[in-house]
Design a protein around this ligand. Structure first.
Ligand SMILES: [Zn+2]
Length: 169
C-alpha cells in the first residue's frame, strides 16, 4: 500500500464522517517513522499546522486547518486491513477534534470508531499549574479508568493550588 492508496482510503473514511467538507481540505499522507515524538507509540498521527482546538460540533466540521498531513508509521502497514481501517477512521475523527476529549469520544462511540487505537497502554495524566500554562505529563496509566483515578488523586492533593488535570492518549 503506498501513500496514494492510503490517501484515497483516508478521504473515503473522512467523507463518511464529515461529508463534503472534506473536499475543501488539502490532505497529504507521509509514511515514515518520524511521528511526533510525543506520540512515538502511535501507528498514525494527523498533523495540523495550527493550534485550533475545537473545530467540530458533533459530526459537523466547523473549521479546521486546510492543510493536514496524515503521518503513518511503517508498522501500521503490517496491521490486518480491518485494524488499519480503524486507524484511518480514528485519524479522520481528528480532522474535527485534535484531542481525545469527551466530544471526540462521544462521536467515536456513536460511529463505532476505536478511541485508543494504536495508543494502547498509554494514557497520560497531564497537569496544568495555573491558567494559561502548558499541560505537562506527570504520570501514565494503562487505561482510562486508572488514568481518571490517578488524576482525581492528584486533583485532591493539589486542590488548594488550583491545578487542573486532563487525560491524553
Ligand atoms: Zn488519536
Amino acid at each position: 500500500m503506498n501513500e496514494q492508496d492510503i490517501l484515497e482510503q483516508f478521504v473515503r473514511e473522512a467523507r463518511k464522517i464529515w461529508g463534503n467538507a472534506v473536499d475543501n481540505l488539502n490532505i497529504k499522507v507521509r509514511i515514515g517513522d518520524n511521528i511526533n515524538p510525543n506520540k512515538n507509540y502511535a501507528n498514525a498521527s494527523l498533523e495540523h499546522p495550527s493550534n485550533i482546538t475545537h473545530q467540530a460540533i458533533g459530526s459537523s466540521l466547523m473549521r479546521t486547518s486546510k492543510n493536514l498531513t496524515l503521518q503513518i508509521h511503517p508498522r501500521a502497514l503490517n496491521l490486518p486491513s480491518d485494524k488499519f481501517r480503524g486507524v484511518l477512521r480514528h485519524e479522520a475523527l481528528h480532522i474535527g477534534y485534535n484531542r481525545h476529549d469527551k466530544d471526540f469520544r462521544a462521536l467515536a462511540e456513536k460511529l463505532g470508531i476505536p478511541v485508543s487505537f494504536g495508543h494502547e497502554g498509554v494514557v497520560k495524566i497531564q497537569e496544568q499549574q495555573g491558567k494559561g500554562k502548558r499541560y505537562i505529563t506527570v504520570a501514565t496509566a494503562k487505561d482510562e479508568k486508572e488514568g481518571e483515578r490517578i488524576a482525581l488523586d492528584l486533583f485532591r492533593k493539589n486542590r488548594t493550588k488550583g491545578y487542573r488535570y486532563r487525560l491524553e492518549w
